[in-house]
Unconditional design. Structure first.
Length: 521
């Protein structure tokens, strides 16, 4: 009986038994062997097992099927052959044979479906998805068009500038308007007081409807009163004396008369309005007792234009507050522009650098340390391209995936270095299984070699955080051609620097990891 063993990639270590006859492998949940990995098509390939032979056949996948480093359409396979898919290397193994696991991370590619930039080939499901789709492909079209004409950094600067103005306008303006409303209300109360004062001081003249004898001298002495007009319901001016018997022509007085005539009964006693030139208009009806009807009736109208100093002061304060807020927000926006720009630029710079190193043969693929999921599809595409370039450049003298070397010789070599090291040392094999520890390492990690040898570090470490740190350092060293990697972790209440160096085999895979622990001073 045969089985497929994933020896490299995100699902390394998983095994799938092959049934007699055809076995379909792909991302489709209904496939005989379902592998949900980006880059693998829904029905990627079939593996047919017969009594005499076994062969694989590509099912028209987007990224192709590689057998022992060469792209195939249909080919016979035997035990030990390796099938390469995006982000996966699968080895064909007889059940009787010892499984050999090769640790190599190959970034995946998307499964070939080309995305249209206008989103026309996407069918969103669900309310949130539809809103996101509309925002991305409808509302953002204007910004996409601007980005075609101007650099991305200029576009970001424009967006932040617009954000500052909109935010300040929506937050500061309501506060400024509230202060204006408060000032208008206070001035209105003052105008209402003046109207009441005129009625009180001239009660007899008003009752006799003798407006010519009304006294309004106190208004001319009041601070903040720019002008006033006292007129009857017909619009004939009674006071000030200089305008006696003239008819009103001031726009605010005309509006006040129309209001007073249309108000029925006692109704609203006063109106208030902001006027040009920093003035506030206050108008009120002058009410007097009518002995015949036995009720209070309007006999005149007072229209006052105020120019309070507090209004000018308030306007100056508001302008200053707005400018201060705008300046502060602009400085913060500049800082945020720098943060957003360089935070976005860093993963792209790292990607460019790793691509150049891969093209020069210094690394097998790109694996950024900065988390930016939006670049994953690009990384997958680049890694798949690099893999195909290496295979096209192969001279055919040796296969891309040779027989896996045994870890044992490399572990033995590192064990020699451990003797007399003088510091805590741990050795892991390619599967991150514990192979060697000296006494000092046992003391600080709490791991005993007698009971942990051959077991995975995740299973024997007392702290999963410590194990995860070691695994990350090991993977980083393996993915960078054996370059030493360092980190830190607290063990037994003390801080230790961890140094991890991988030893690379002839097949360019890490075969063992040499880990030293140096206590921080």
């Amino acid at each position: 009986m045969y089985k497929l063993v994933i020896v490299a990639g995100k699902l390394r270590g998983q095994e799938f038994e092959l049934a007699e006859g055809e076995n379909i492998l792909g991302r489709d949940p209904d496939a005989d062997i379902s592998i949900d990995v980006p880059g693998v098509s829904k029905k990627h390939l079939s593996v047919t097992v017969t009594e005499d032979a076994m062969y694989v056949e590509d099912q028209g996948s987007a990224n192709g099927t590689f057998l022992n480093g060469k792209m195939i359409k249909r080919a016979t396979v035997k035990s030990g052959d390796k099938i390469a898919l995006p982000n996966l290397i699968i080895q064909v193994v007889l059940v009787k044979e010892k499984k050999i696991i090769i640790h190599k991370e190959v970034e995946s590619d998307e499964d070939g479906a080309q995305l249209a930039l206008d989103g026309s080939n996407e069918v969103p499901v669900g309310l949130i998805a539809k809103i996101k789709h509309k925002f991305k492909y409808k509302l953002m079209l204007l910004l996409y068009g601007i980005n075609e004409e101007y650099e991305w950094k200029i576009l970001i600067a424009l967006i932040l500038t617009l954000f500052v103005f909109v935010t300040i306008t929506l937050t500061i303006f309501p506060v400024l308007q509230d202060s204006k409303k408060l000032l208008l209300w206070e001035t209105a109360k003052r105008g209402e007081h003046f109207a009441d004062e005129i009625a009180r001081m001239n009660a007899v003249a008003l009752e006799q409807n003798n407006l010519d004898n009304v006294n309004t001298n106190f208004l001319e002495k009041e601070q903040g009163v720019a002008s006033y007009e006292l007129f009857d319901l017909e619009g004939r001016i009674v006071r000030p004396i200089g305008q006696l018997n003239d008819f009103i022509s001031d726009t605010f007085s005309i509006q006040a008369r129309e209001w007073a005539v249309n108000v029925k009964g006692e109704g609203t006693s006063i109106i208030k309005k902001m006027l040009p030139g920093g003035q506030i208009g206050i108008a009120g009806r002058i009410m007097a007792y009518n002995a015949k009807s036995g009720a209070m009736e309007p006999v005149g109208i007072i229209a006052i234009r105020f120019r309070p100093k507090s209004l000018a002061i308030e306007a100056a304060k508001n302008s200053k507050a707005y400018l201060e807020s705008l300046t502060t927000s602009a400085l913060v926006a500049v800082l945020f522009f720098g943060v957003i720009y360089f935070l976005t630029l860093r993963p792209i710079e790292e990607l460019t650098l790793q691509m150049e190193e891969a093209l020069r043969g210094k690394r097998k693929g790109i694996e950024g340390k900065y988390l930016m999921g939006e670049l994953d599809s690009l990384k997958n595409a680049v890694n798949t391209t690099l893999q195909r370039i290496r295979e096209l450049q192969s001279d055919g003298t040796e296969e891309e995936f040779g027989e896996a070397e045994d870890d044992a010789p490399y572990v033995t070599s590192l064990a020699e270095f451990m003797n007399g090291a003088g510091v805590p040392v741990m050795i892991l094999d390619s599967s991150k299984n514990v192979q060697r520890l000296n006494v000092d390492a046992e003391d600080i990690t709490g791991i005993r070699m007698s009971v942990s040898q051959g077991q995975n570090i995740l299973d024997v470490a007392k702290e999963r955080g410590f194990a995860a740190t070691l695994i990350e350092l090991c993977d980083n060293s393996a993915n960078n051609g054996g370059t030493s990697q360092d980190g830190s972790y607290e063990l037994t209440g003390r801080n230790f620097n961890l140094y991890v160096t991988s030893i690379m085999g002839k097949d360019n895979f890490a075969k063992a990891f040499y880990i030293t622990f140096i206590q921080e001073s």
